[in-house]
Design a protein around this ligand. Structure first.
Ligand SMILES: Cc1cc2nc3c(=O)[nH]c(=O)nc-3n(C[C@H](O)[C@H](O)[C@H](O)COP(=O)(O)O)c2cc1C
Length: 172
């Protein structure tokens, strides 16, 4: 049983809902114990670093910014050694109203953590999404799971199921 930290802000509505679905999908798939961790101003570096397997949830806000609860933790993250950490990121974005900055948060976290030595898992295709630009891409793929509950809510469950299956296959 792999212990996986599921990091998101418990006060959010949409991100929390997606995080809970991801937890359920992992439990259904088997082999993983998912432990939620609240990302807020009280989260310490020790709490952030307590798991080697990490699922990180972040929506994109205001022209491509991280939500405040992640943004406040960025200075701490810049000093962390993430070698040995296996990380999979799920993002929430709005491809219609946020088309110029769709899912930027995935890339803002992804590139930073990769530079600190983390290994990222669960990159996904942009097929099925329409947007102008995203910082969340590497080699043409999202650096994680891209969820859009504003425009494609009906696809959320199947996207999560496929992603968890992919992560298992990638030996996350
Ligand atoms: C003020 C505002 C700005 C937003 N800006 C972006 C954006 O730049 N890019 C994007 O992909 N989504 C953007 N979104 C969409 C949110 O990321 C999306 O609605 C997400 O599901 C919100 O999840 P949360 O409420 O859990 O944070 C924005 C939403 C709001 C309300």
């Amino acid at each position: 049983m792999k212990k996986v930290g599921l990091y998101y802000n418990f006060e959010t509505k949409k991100t929390s809902r997606v995080a809970k679905k991801i937890k359920e999908a992992f439990e259904k798939a088997g082999g993983y114990e998912i432990i939620p961790v609240d990302v807020d101003e009280k989260m310490t570096e020790e709490q952030f670093m307590q798991f080697d397997h990490m699922l990180l949830g972040a929506s994109t806000w205001m022209d491509g910014e991280l939500p405040y609860y992640w943004d406040e933790f960025v200075p701490a993250m810049e000093d962390l050694d993430m070698k040995g950490k296996k990380i999979a990121i799920f993002g929430l974005g709005d491809q219609v109203n946020g088309s110029e900055n769709f899912q930027d948060a995935i890339g803002l976290l992804g590139y930073l953590l990769e530079e600190r030595g983390a290994k990222l898992y669960g990159f996904t295709s942009t097929d099925g999404y329409t947007f102008e630009r995203s910082v969340g891409l590497k080699d043409g793929k999202f650096m994680g799971l891209s969820i859009d509950v504003d425009n494609q809510a009906a696809l959320t469950n199947e996207r999560i199921t496929a992603w968890v299956k992919q992560l298992k296959k990638e030996k996350f």
